[in-house]
Ligand binder design. Sequence first.
Ligand code: ATP
Length: 463
Amino acid sequence: MSAPNIETIVSLSKRRGFVFPASDIYGGLGSSWDYGQLGVELANNIKKSWWNWVVYERDDIEGIDSSIIQNRNVWKYSGHEDTFSDPLVDCRDCNARLRLDKLDIDPADGKAMCSNCNSKNLTDPKDFNLMFRTTVGAASADDDPTALAYLRPETAQGIFINFKNVLDTSRRKLPFGIAQIGKAFRNEVTPGNFIFRTREFEQMEIEYFCRPEDAPRVHQEWIDAYGEWLGTLGISSDNIVHYEQTEKELAHYSDRTVDFLYRFFPEREEKEKQFDELLGIANRTDYDLRVHSKKPEDADGKRINPDTTEDLSYFDPQTNERFYPYCIEPSIGVNRTLLAVMMDAYTEKVNDKGEVRVILKLKPELAPIKVAVLPLAKNNEGIVTLAKKLKHDLQPLMRAVYDDTGGIGKLYARQDEIGTPFCVTVDHESLEDNAVTVRDRDTWEQERVSLDSLKEYLQKRLS
Ligand code: ATP
């Protein structure tokens, strides 16, 4: 089977309740998507895996949850008001509105070409700020500059402005990190490709603070660590390439950024174009802590930031030095991770009747449902009662469902398609021998397991 493309995942997602087009009954809203009953579980499991990994399993990271709407000065001093923009061009021939930095360049004359109609007849680029504007307060007017606020375009700034709060209350010493999961909003010029690029999305970000001289080493350690974590999600390293951003591509705060590109577009002919960004790991230097600090002063002795009340420098009691820590930032989108996880897990298998079956080989940790309890005969009261009881007994330990809405073959196929690692079938013998059949999603092998040992059996195989 060739690698599934995004369209295959769109179709599975809609068919089975992972992701739906948002506002669909009103004709949709371009790039907005809603997560359905299975999508929300998968996304939550990805977030849980990440939080366990960075906040619980390590000893050097604290988690926070900061506001989406902050004081406008956060975005003024972070540089986002001035520089968080994409170069926008219009095609004079087909009127498409495009991001110049994403267009193909004709090597013959160095000119960009419209991705819609291949014309080179484009307008000069204009910077388009990606931040969503809003106004705060009941009396605010749309044009009142004192009421202007933004929906955050990254969760990172909420971490920087809480640096001192966390440092003082957790009594941490360098190196240490702060992690956050939350929504971010960007008024993308060209959203699209399902949940790959949307205007509202969710990020999992770490700001890891260290001494400036340690930053290059720490940066590399995070690059290696992310490779391993993606592996635990079932994302194959064959589908990942690392990309070192060029000087021109680096964000205003970054000294070095390495992107992990995933093979989101296997159908594209040119291998290079098959890959696009899943996550980025940047060395943000001491840029952010400095810009939000009431120091330093400029050459004329004026405070560079007159609006803040804090100095976000760090005092090292061992060396008696005060300095601004450097910060390594691994930043990954929940939505793109979910898409990559589904693409990597998608497989097809032919059954003994020659029918093609979809199996979503999700890691058990990520599967929306861990076990489905199925009665072989839905009209047999004894079987149904036992199956429902089993579902309720298993539920406190793992996400379990009961389903009797079809024949057993159909029920198995449905669970395979949504990635449920195990089906437990209650049959006539179960009432006699106190045992059930456990079916494995990936091998389709079946095993008879006694009811006494079912919980331990499943827990062991799920871990
Ligand atoms: P791109 O180049 O694709 O626009 P970016 O480099 O601007 O991405 P970052 O600012 O590094 O993205 O954001 C960190 C992560 O957040 C990205 O790697 C991606 O996983 C996610 N992300 C960013 N923008 C979007 C978006 N519009 N929709 C979905 N996820 C996004």
